[in-house]
Design a protein around this ligand. Structure first.
Ligand code: SAH
Length: 503
């Protein structure tokens, strides 16, 4: 029969305890309290093994096996966590671990994921024109609002910092706007320490300046020898940059939470941000919604998954998985199942017409994106500013779209957690509904990226570049290819959408 959650917890705790090694000095006290032994067969003095197996009488552990070598640390960690808590992960939880786990997350540990040669290429990495046009959109709104003297230029999820670098360069053409940014500062919201360092590096390289570290240990460039060197290479220090004083007078400050950006008119940029926020998936079973969950792919995986997911209505017949068959090196380490009970909370934010409901329908919801959009909208309603959100997705039914990317190819996100990008289409209708609940702001769009860039003058800008002196035929050809990629119908032009939040 099935073990209860507490039995499983107990079994797992025992297994973990058995394997704890403590340094000899720390263990001396324990030696008296429990009967500690040297690990059998190991003559080393430096550690002893505490045999805690006598403390509890465990039921047979759910996962009394050695993890296979090919299973990465995050997969092992999640297997253990699921066993310890006795409950599967929501897809949103799984996605959060995969992307942002402090030690094993995709964004937290892999600084090279973006750009050519990385796992995916984003528009700002293709050409500076994209970021220039985003900057011009901000300038337009700033002018419409009577050119406030100090504004906060905010970007969330800045990746390598490329967009902000090119936008700040573009801002130099309008000194009054540049001054306003200088007065209010640039504010970057980033969850990944690795990418924060990368952003710091990108901006320093372009504009020069000095890094400010958290605990007031500031290192200046210009004056002073060794310290100056350290400051121009943010990767050299273990400490995380807290801010940056650029030589152009602009101060850049980092945050994890967008609500920490100080008051004042805020011009907010989110490019390929919302698609990285964790989604939940719900599946229609009989007349209710059940949340889809992620669990270890132990046992008779293929049939289990296929029948559970694909057969409408038949979810309770899931076979009990034998605990002895681990997924092989090329198989998914995890699988998706439907929760046993109807889920209520998330369905409140769904807006699916009755006529669309049918057994087996899978939809996605992203409460994190909705909350973020509302938070930004409230700020804009209070203090002015605007937000531009660019992502793939659309306004239709929020169908299942979560997918994994590595090496510019789609891969299974259930295979090796933390080793691929995970991304889901943005449900712009839901984002607009969320913004609509905030008085004093309006959601505009969404429009296609092609329409947006066209309206912002991408053709004119590209032509101007092409006619520049020293622009070779080869450069022209390259620029043309990039242009097509950004606005082409079957390329980014229609897939990507742009929406704004304005007062
Ligand atoms: N805008 C960049 C990068 C897109 S990748 C570009 O277009 O090239 C997504 C970015 O969002 C990464 O920088 C990632 O670390 C960041 N991110 C993901 N989840 C986040 C969260 N919850 N809070 C802040 N940043 C997040």
């Amino acid at each position: 029969g099935r073990q209860s959650a507490s039995q499983r917890l107990c079994a797992m705790a025992c297994r973990l305890l058995r394997n704890i090694r403590v340094p000899r000095r720390a263990a001396r006290g324990w030696t008296r309290a429990f009967s500690a032994q040297k690990p059998p067969g190991e003559g080393r003095d430096s550690e002893i093994r505490v045999d805690a197996s006598g403390l509890l009488q465990p039921t047979p552990p759910l996962m009394d096996f050695e993890f296979p070598e090919y299973m990465n640390p995050l997969a092992q960690h999640l297997y253990e966590m699921i066993a310890v808590t006795g409950s599967s992960l929501t897809i949103a939880e799984y996605m959060n671990f995969c992307l942002l786990h402090p030690l094993y997350g995709y964004y937290t540990t892999k600084p090279t994921v973006l750009g050519r040669g990385g796992d995916f290429v984003t528009a700002p990495e293709l050409t500076s024109i994209f970021s220039e046009l985003v900057c011009i959109w901000c300038i337009g709104l700033w002018q419409l609002q009577g050119d406030p003297k100090a504004i906060r230029l905010v970007e969330m999820g800045p990746g390598k910092g490329t967009l902000m670098r090119d936008a700040l360069r573009a801002a130099e053409v309008l000194p009054a706007f540049h001054d306003a940014v200088r007065s209010g500062g640039v504010h970057l919201v980033e969850a990944s320490p690795t990418l924060r360092r990368k952003q710091c590096e990108t901006l320093l390289e372009e504009f020069g300046g000095r890094v400010i570290y958290a605990e007031g240990r500031n290192e200046g460039s210009g004056e002073g020898g060794a310290a100056a060197e350290a400051s121009t290479d943010p990767t050299a220090s273990k400490e995380l940059p807290a801010a940056l004083e650029l030589d152009n007078g602009i101060r850049v400050t980092w945050y994890r939470d967008p609500l920490r950006v100080p008051e004042g008119p805020m011009y907010f940029i989110g490019h390929e941000l919302l698609d990285a926020l964790p989604v939940h998936q719900l599946i229609r079973v009989n007349d209710s919604w059940r949340e889809r969950l992620v669990e270890p792919n132990i046992g008779d995986a293929v049939e289990f998954r296929a029948s559970v997911i694909k057969r409408p209505g038949g979810l309770s017949e899931a076979p009990e998985a034998p605990a002895d068959r681990m997924p092989g090196p090329d198989e998914d380490q995890f699988r998706v199942v439907a929760g046993e009970h109807p889920t209520e909370g998330l369905t409140a934010i769904l807006d699916i017409p009755e006529s669309e409901l049918r057994p087996g329908l899978v939809v996605e919801v992203c409460p994190a994106a909705l909350k973020l959009a509302q938070d930004i909208a409230k700020r804009i309603a209070e203090s002015g500013g605007a937000a531009i959100l660019i992502d793939y997705g659309g306004e239709g039914l929020p169908r299942e779209s979560l997918r994994g990317f590595a090496d510019n190819r789609e891969v299974s996100w259930l295979k090796s957690p933390g080793e691929c990008d995970m991304t889901a289409d943005v449900d712009f209708s839901a984002v607009k509904r969320a913004v609509g609940e905030v008085p004093g702001v309006a959601a505009v769009g969404c429009v296609s990226q092609a329409a947006f860039l066209g309206a912002m003058g991408i053709r004119e800008r590209a032509m101007a570049l092409m006619n520049q002196e020293g622009f070779s035929d080869e450069d022209k050809e390259k620029l043309y290819q990039v242009f097509i990629r950004l606005v082409g119908d079957d390329q980014m032009g229609q897939k990507y959408k742009v929406m704004g939040i304005v007062p």
